[in-house]
Write a protein that binds this ligand. Structure first.
Ligand code: FE
Ligand code: CA
Length: 513
């Protein structure tokens, strides 16, 4: 992992001084707060289930789009967790402090719970209480659970549509939701959208806070968090389009960009149900982590943005240039790559799920004999990609399943030791989920995809509509159902299943269900 430079620490220290000048660091604690308006405007969330624990989240923001509207004081927030949905049998309760240096967010790491069962929770502060949320712990470590139900989603551009997909997701009976990034988008308002971003491209901590608050203003997104625990990771738009480590998209100096990244990471942590281990330090934040669901599934959650080398050969589609073949090029960084392969090598689980951002399977986007690859994906980092593919081929971790977002379309890809050899063995399956809204109303097929798909016989399914993917996992079978909303520019779209694919335990490769 890249170490944090002294300069980054100094930059962040100066940002912190702004808070401490306002008294934040020596804040008095308000135990019985009074609010001019309901402070629970951003809802509640839970996340990162353990066999004995869960993170509960909320944030006090009576003026959500204007920095939150809280004084520079710490405020007591009471929480309770119950065995029943009417909160009669409370099993844990406590008081957390919503502190100004975390935007008055609270992250309660509840422990001592029973494995593999639902729990219910709520917060209150002053005269205000939240709705009752539902969550669920992970199965015990030594248990082969008989079933896991999850959905995964990504890319929810506020301006490009309504989050109708979540309204359908909440009707499913899920153990968890995996979010693969582009939870927010950083840009300013654009013409011809269904609803507008709140202000120009975001840069400051308040900007990022206000943008998360805008997105959480959506009742369907809040309802999804209320209904299920989330496992989250980010992609680029939580900071800046197509950024790579300390390389911005925009014309910013490295110093200015790292300050911006610190603000973006801070706001991300403040709004997500993450453990304290993820709390950012200056412009760094460790988001990659492992979450186990007994012996049934391990989730390795990756961060392919923070440690990657800059995109080679420009940012568009291109033939592989020298930079793409550079042995030092990496999308994971050395520490994360080692951590991932070690985790896969020692995993006791039947299904090894790699939850990450961008296309891992090689994809040639140029019709005909030319080959062109997307420079923002694994293909642009050939050395790292080859090592990971070789690892899967040689070490054969049990049933690798890669979950991918970013590309705003649905795919099912065979992962292959050698994509250019039709006889090369299948070493895993990549399920790529489409966007919740990004890209606006879609269509099942596009002329561009019709032209490049024949170049890529390992792509088993493609669809260019919006939605999410619903998965049913048992010890013998993984099924992914591609859930599609036919439109997002108007509310009220129905849900359909555009395709269902199955991987059987010990038999690499997805088949149509
Ligand atoms: Fe996106
Ligand atoms: Ca070609």
């Amino acid at each position: 992992m890249r170490s944090i430079s002294r300069r980054e620490i100094l930059q962040y220290a100066s940002a912190l001084m702004a808070w401490s000048a306002a008294g934040a660091c020596r804040a008095r604690i308000v135990t019985t707060p009074k609010f001019a308006a309901n402070p629970f405007t951003l809802g509640i969330a839970s996340g990162d289930p353990l066999p004995d624990g869960i993170v509960l989240w909320t944030r006090l923001a009576p003026e959500p789009l204007a920095g939150g509207g809280m004084p520079a004081e710490a405020v007591d927030v009471k929480w309770e967790l119950a065995a029943d949905d009417r909160m009669k049998q409370v099993v844990r309760r406590g008081t957390a402090q919503a502190r100004p240096e975390l935007g008055h967010a609270v992250h309660v790491d509840v422990r001592g719970l029973e494995p593999g069962r639902p729990y219910f929770y709520r917060f209150n502060a002053g005269a205000h209480a939240t709705a009752i949320g539902r969550t669920k712990t992970a199965p015990a470590a030594n248990v082969m659970a008989d079933k896991l139900r999850l959905a995964f989603a990504s890319c929810q551009h506020w301006e490009q549509g309504y989050f109708t997909a979540y309204d359908h997701m909440v009707r499913e009976d899920l153990d968890l939701v995996v979010h693969l990034g582009d939870y927010i988008y950083e840009g300013g308002p654009r013409p011809n959208t269904v609803r507008a971003h709140n202000g120009p491209e975001i840069m400051t901590l308040d900007d990022y806070r206000n943008r998360y608050a805008l997105y959480r203003g959506d009742a369907m997104l809040r309802a999804a968090h209320e209904a299920f625990p989330f496992i989250v990771t980010w992609d680029d738009h939580e900071v800046d389009n197509d950024y790579a480590d300390d390389h911005p998209e925009d014309d910013q100096t490295r110093d200015a960009f790292l300050t911006r990244r610190a603000h973006a990471y801070q706001a991300y942590f403040e709004h997500m149900p993450l453990r304290a281990a993820a709390r950012p330090k200056a412009s760094s934040m460790q988001l990659y982590r492992r979450l186990a669901f007994g012996q049934l599934a391990d989730f390795l959650v990756l961060d392919t943005r923070q440690y990657r080398t800059d995109q080679p050969c420009g940012k568009n589609r291109a033939p592989l240039c020298e930079g793409a073949l550079d042995p030092k090029g990496t999308i994971l960084g050395a520490a994360q790559e080692r951590w991932m392969t070690d985790a896969l090598d020692t995993s006791p689980s039947r299904w090894n799920v790699i939850a990450q951002q961008v296309l891992m399977a090689e994809v040639d986007f140029a019709p005909g004999p030319d080959r062109q690859y997307s420079m923002d994906k694994w293909d642009a980092y050939q050395a790292c990609s080859r090592r990971v593919h070789k690892f899967l081929a040689e070490r054969k971790p049990s049933n690798p399943i890669v979950l991918t977002g970013d590309i705003h379309t649905s795919w099912v890809n065979d992962l292959k030791a050698d994509y250019r050899d039709a006889k090369s063995e299948i070493i895993g399956t990549e399920f790529v989920g489409t966007s919740i809204t990004s890209g606006g109303d879609g269509q099942p097929m596009t002329p561009a995809a019709e032209a490049f798909l024949p170049e890529n016989p390992h792509v088993r399914f493609y669809n260019a509509q919006r939605g999410y993917v619903s998965c049913t996992v048992t010890p013998t079978r993984w099924q992914s159902d591609y859930r599609i909303v036919p439109f997002v520019r108007k509310p009220g779209a129905p849900i359909e299943t555009a395709g269902s694919f199955v991987v059987e335990h010990g038999k690499p490769g997805a088949q149509r269900a």
